[in-house]
Design a protein around this ligand. Structure first.
Ligand SMILES: Cc1ncc(COP(=O)(O)O)c(C=O)c1O
Length: 404
């Protein structure tokens, strides 16, 4: 959105907001025939039963406020995860809840005062680019901690001394992208000047697991060890977990300071309805209920989410299709000279051959295929490609062959 200047000499907007770099969402272009592989949407539609339920709800009840606590959705989620509804809060997308967590658990930093862990928001880099924006909006301090070159969590190293044990399995140091030299043969990890130390007392820590944009998954065991050594609130952001080998929901029910964030946007084909949720200790969840909008989850969204939870077998079949398409795309792109990171998500992160990734973005766009490129220096050589249908994968591969 273009900033318009006001006809006053003095700004009416808070300096923090004036100076804010807002989050940039993936493009939603209206180009006919475009193959859209840039925002990790699900290529398959919601279940017919969900569409039916939403259509049936478009009636006189639109004049009424929806249930303020999304009770039916929470009841079905509680049954799914084997917990109580007091462990759950539903939001207008998980983004809303991530923002609520900053307001609920983090003190804004006071200018001129020494840094304080109560004001600290911590996250790995690269990971979900919304976290630093939420921290800026809240006026919090940030501690971005670089992941290793293979996107593993460096635990038990000088970057993260508090965790004690080195949890990386012996093999993971040599984990490599297909078609790429082993990580150990490349430059040795994190540049000294960007090293930051993991702070186990940070008020709020976000961990994207599996990671975005790399697609790398983390084991519950390594996340468990990280949570154990931590005092502040940890949010395990499992937006893509339905496409992964394992999930860490048990940790949200085991530790009082751990929350698992989930969304209906990716695996459940429901971006349009904006539904996400947190599972965590009732005390943390109650705190967030206190500060959310009274009717934060729209009525049709609640209907769609409840119907989704009543038809999970439809979605589980789709996860399998996406995972199979991910394997096929990984294999074919590798053959074409792309270096593809192993993915446990509904996208792949890959370094294209011959031209810079930004050039590929443009050339693919010219051929009506839209993928995502990030200009941050540490990931600027990569493209993030959402897994689409088989036909979309065919079109992408055809476009790539023509470009090559
Ligand atoms: C890691 C991660 N967390 C959360 C979200 C937000 O999901 P929602 O659509 O539920 O707000 C996204 C969306 O792209 C994401 O990538």
């Amino acid at each position: 959105m273009r900033a318009q200047s006001l006809p006053h000499s003095q700004s009416l907007v808070r300096p923090l907001v004036e100076n804010l770099c807002a989050y940039v969402p993936g493009e939603q272009p209206k180009i006919k025939g475009l193959i859209k592989l840039n925002t990790n949407e699900n290529p398959y539609p919601p279940s017919p039963k969900v569409i039916e339920a939403v259509k049936a709800a478009v009636d006189d009840r639109l004049r009424l406020y929806p249930n303020p606590t999304a009770d039916l959705v929470r009841e079905r989620l509680a049954r799914l995860h084997g917990c109580r509804i007091e462990n759950i809060i539903v939001g207008n997308g998980s983004d809303e809840l991530l923002a609520l967590a900053t307001r609920g658990f983090v003190e804004p930093a006071v200018r001129g005062k020494a840094a304080n862990s109560r004001s600290l928001i911590q996250f790995f880099t690269p990971s979900y680019s919304l976290y630093p924006v939420l921290a800026s909006i809240h006026g919090a301090e940030v501690n971005p901690v670089p992941l290793a070159e293979d996107y593993s969590i460096l635990i038990g190293t000088p970057q993260m001394p508090p965790c004690g044990a080195d949890l990386r399995s012996a093999g993971s140091r040599n984990l490599r992208f297909r078609g790429h030299p082993p990580i150990s043969e490349q430059s040795s990890g994190i540049p000294e000047r960007t090293r930051k130390t993991w702070k186990s007392d940070a008020a709020l820590t976000f961990i994207t697991t599996p990671n975005a944009p790399s697609g790398r998954g983390y084991s519950t065991a390594e996340l468990d060890a990280l949570c154990q050594s931590h005092q502040g609130v940890i949010i395990l952001d499992e937006a893509y977990v339905d496409f992964a080998h394992e999930n860490a929901m048990s940790l949200a029910l085991k530790y009082p300071h751990v929350i698992v964030a989930r969304t209906f946007s990716k695996a459940y084909s429901l971006c349009f309805q904006r539904i996400g949720y947190f599972v965590g200790h009732p005390a943390l969840i109650a705190a967030l209920h206190k500060i959310r909008d009274s009717y934060n989850v729209n009525g049709l969204g609640q209907v769609a989410a409840a119907a989704t939870l009543a038809d999970l077998s439809y979605y589980r079949a789709n996860f399998k299709r996406v995972i199979a398409a991910r394997q096929r795309l990984t294999d074919e792109l590798t053959q074409l000279g792309f270096a593809v990171a192993p993915s446990q998500t509904n996208f792949i992160f890959s370094k294209p051959p011959q031209f810079p990734a930004e050039t590929w973005l443009q050339r693919l766009r010219d051929k009506k295929v839209l993928v995502r490129w990030f200009k941050q220096p540490e990931i600027k050589d990569f493209l993030r490609i959402t897994i689409g249908t088989d036909a979309e994968a065919d079109a992408l591969l055809r476009a790539i062959r023509k470009i090559l």
